[in-house]
Design a binder for this molecule. Structure first.
Ligand SMILES: [Zn+2]
Ligand SMILES: [Zn+2]
Length: 179
C-alpha cells in the first residue's frame, strides 16, 4: 500500500497515529498493512481503519466518524471545505497523556485563513527556533509562565516532558511557512 497524502498531516506513516497491521480494514475489508490508532469520535468503536479509507472519506461516510474538531471559535473563519477536510478526512494526532483516545480529539492550529500542517512532536530544535515574541503564545496554551521557557526546553527532548504532564506539537502554515 502506498500511504495516501493528507493535506494537513505530514508523514503519517512516521507518526504515532498509525501502526503496521496485518489484519483487514473494517471499512474496505482489504489488507492494507496499516491501521489508524489516533483519536476519533464515533458512535461505534472502530479499531481497524486503514489510512486509505480515512483519506478517501469512505470511513466518514460509512460510520459518521470524525477525527478532529471543526467547531471551535478559532476555526470559524475557515471555509466549509477546509473544515470538512480536517474533520472527515484528516487523521488526528496523539497526545500521549490522554486516554481513552476516542473522547479526546483536539483543536487544530490555523494560520493565514487555513488549517496548518501537523508535523508531529516538536523537536528541541523546533522549540529553540521559536521567536521570543511567540513563546508566550505557546505557554498560554500550556498555562505555564514564560519565565520557565529554559526549563521547558531542558525538559522537552523530542517535544515531550519527561513526566508526561505537557507536550509540544509542531504545526506549520501552508502559506507563510510559520511554525
Ligand atoms: Zn480501508
Ligand atoms: Zn500563515
Amino acid at each position: 500500500m502506498i500511504f495516501p497524502i493528507f493535506k494537513y498531516f505530514n508523514n503519517p506513516a512516521n507518526s504515532n497515529s498509525f501502526e503496521k497491521f496485518e489484519g483487514i480494514c473494517s471499512c474496505c475489508n482489504q489488507k492494507q498493512g496499516w491501521r489508524y490508532i489516533g483519536p476519533y469520535q464515533c458512535n461505534e468503536s472502530i479499531s481497524d481503519l486503514c489510512p486509505i479509507c480515512i483519506a478517501s472519506g469512505d470511513a466518514h461516510n460509512k460510520y459518521a466518524i470524525i477525527f478532529n474538531k471543526g467547531n471551535n471559535p478559532e476555526m470559524s473563519h475557515l471555509s466549509d471545505e477546509i473544515i470538512a477536510e480536517l474533520v472527515q478526512r484528516t487523521p488526528s494526532y496523539q497526545a500521549r497523556r490522554f486516554e481513552p483516545y476516542e473522547t479526546r480529539i483536539f483543536n487544530w492550529i490555523t494560520h493565514c485563513d487555513d488549517a496548518c500542517v501537523y508535523y508531529g512532536y516538536a523537536s528541541i530544535d523546533d522549540l529553540n527556533s521559536v521567536r521570543i515574541e511567540d513563546r508566550a503564545g505557546i505557554f498560554n496554551a500550556k498555562k505555564i509562565a514564560i519565565q520557565y521557557w529554559d526549563w521547558f526546553l531542558s525538559e522537552v527532548p523530542n517535544g515531550l516532558l519527561t513526566d508526561f504532564s505537557s507536550e509540544a506539537h509542531h504545526f506549520r502554515c501552508l502559506h507563510c511557512n510559520k511554525d
